[in-house]
Design a protein around this ligand. Structure first.
Ligand SMILES: Cc1ncc(COP(=O)(O)O)c(C=O)c1O
Length: 436
């Protein structure tokens, strides 16, 4: 244990014997049956009954016509983005991306996999700031972005931590500007959203929709993802691109660039075994969220917000932010950090260090894309307009940056669905002691 072992604030607390994870796979045994089935029947390939079955079951659950099983959510997002690019700007040369010379508006507070496909396709991501009500793309900032860049025709929107964003407003803005949406529902499988009065699943809210079965997601295949659509032509195209773009010939004949992105029948077997546990996992995650909310209610902190009228999150990760006036000093560099303890105050890095010292895994809030060195030169639009270069030597800092603020004051709490109430109570106690 590090310095926390002799910090009197934590006297009497013992480290967890077994590591408490942020969000780890939860196997139930049924997965083995379908993996064995694939091996016994020799369908150990990117074709097989498990793939057909998970595609059928997910399409039926989500309420879309077609689900295409792929190697990961990133692959789904790449092909979704490529499809959008081709639809908007035509077929690209083999050595060019479909978005070359075009800007794309992108969620800023998300994992990089949402928006890297814009770069794979040679486009330029423009990051749109975050709103405070559900930590999604801010519709006001999106509207501003269309004022600044009226030519943009594609918007990539992610739902963060399993909470649907303000899709009704975002969709209306995109419709008004004739823009297509790539929806990244990688973290939000099972979350519901009330669109124009009807409840629908996330994964149906864009023109091109994606989910993930990554090992940390609410159900998993160890890896895997899907492209979801109602358009048969798009589904066929994604299937073709994901299996190396072979034309209808006996030999390998290629008229467009291809990828090896199809899901394996073994992975699909694990997903197949997990599907019936999605509701159970969501209920466990919701209970964890509620327990944190109750247990932390007396501290100057807030849980990650959602709009209960418009959405039913899947509660994939529970997060909290520390109120501004209860923040102890903390600074973060590119890879290192420093913080100071202060009475009745704390900081995300102190809490994360304390949790780690007692063998529990939390994580910083996903660092916004506009703060990532790789995307430093890219535009960032807030509710006030241009989010970069907002000060000069003679004018004090002005402007807002919601994403940076949530990143500064927030953290992801251990949210594993196997977390026991007693373990969670100890985590809540550790957080309380950080504020002593
Ligand atoms: C928001 C988001 N988008 C995309 C991905 C990528 O999915 P995958 O890991 O399946 O490629 C992830 C997670 O991994 C994610 O959290």
């Amino acid at each position: 244990m590090n310095q926390f072992s002799d910090d009197p604030r934590f006297a009497g607390i013992l480290p967890f014997e077994k590591r408490v994870w942020l969000s780890s796979p939860t196997m139930h045994g049924d997965e083995q049956r379908w993996v064995d089935d694939a091996i016994r029947s020799n369908w150990v390939s990117t074709v097989g009954e498990n793939i057909n079955e998970v595609e059928r079951q997910i399409a039926s659950f989500i309420g879309c016509k077609y689900a295409v099983a792929l190697s990961c959510g990133t692959a789904a997002l790449h092909l979704a983005t490529r499809l959008a690019g081709e639809k908007l700007y035509g077929q690209a040369q083999p050595n060019q991306g479909t978005l070359q010379g075009h800007r794309v508006f992108c969620s800023d507070m998300t994992f990089s996999a949402s928006i890297n496909p814009v770069a794979y396709e040679d486009g330029e991501a423009v990051f749109i700031d975050t709103e405070r009500d559900c930590w999604g793309m801010d519709p006001v900032a999106l509207e501003k972005a269309f004022e600044v860049y009226p030519d943009v025709r594609l918007v990539v929107i992610a739902h963060l931590y399993g909470t649907p964003g303000k899709m009704e407003e975002l969709k209306a803005i995109c419709d008004r500007h004739g823009a297509l949406i790539v929806e990244d529902a990688a973290e939000s499988l099972g979350a519901k959203y009330r669109l124009n009065g009807s409840w629908v699943e996330t994964g149906t809210l864009g023109d091109y929709n994606c989910i993930s079965f990554n090992g940390n997601k609410i159900i998993t295949g160890s890896a895997g993802g899907m492209f979801l659509t109602d358009c048969e032509e798009d589904a066929k195209k994604v299937r073709k691109w994901s299996t190396q773009s072979r034309e209808a010939a006996l030999w390998y004949q290629h008229e467009e660039i291809g990828y090896n992105y199809r899901m394996s029948n073994i992975i699909a077997g694990i997903v197949r075994g997990q599907l019936s546990y999605l509701d159970e996992h969501m209920a466990q995650k919701k209970a964890i969220y509620e327990r944190y909310r109750a247990g932390l209610a007396d501290l100057p902190v807030k849980m990650n917000p959602f709009d209960a009228e418009k959405s039913k999150p899947n509660f994939w990760l529970s997060c909290m932010t520390i109120d501004e006036d209860a923040m102890a000093p903390q600074v973060r560099g590119a890879k290192d950090y420093l913080y100071r303890t202060a009475p009745y105050k704390s900081s995300p890095m102190e809490i994360l260090d304390a949790l780690a010292a007692f063998n529990a895994e939390g994580r910083p809030i996903w660092k916004p894309m506009h703060l990532q060195p790789i995307y430093g030169p890219h535009a960032f639009i807030t509710a006030e307009g241009n989010g970069r270069a907002r000060t000069n030597a003679y004018i004090a800092g002005s402007g807002i940056d919601v994403g940076a603020d949530i990143f500064d004051r927030g953290l992801c709490l251990p949210s594993d669905n196997k977390l026991m109430p007693e373990q969670q109570d100890q985590i809540i106690e550790i957080i309380h002691r950080c504020f002593d």
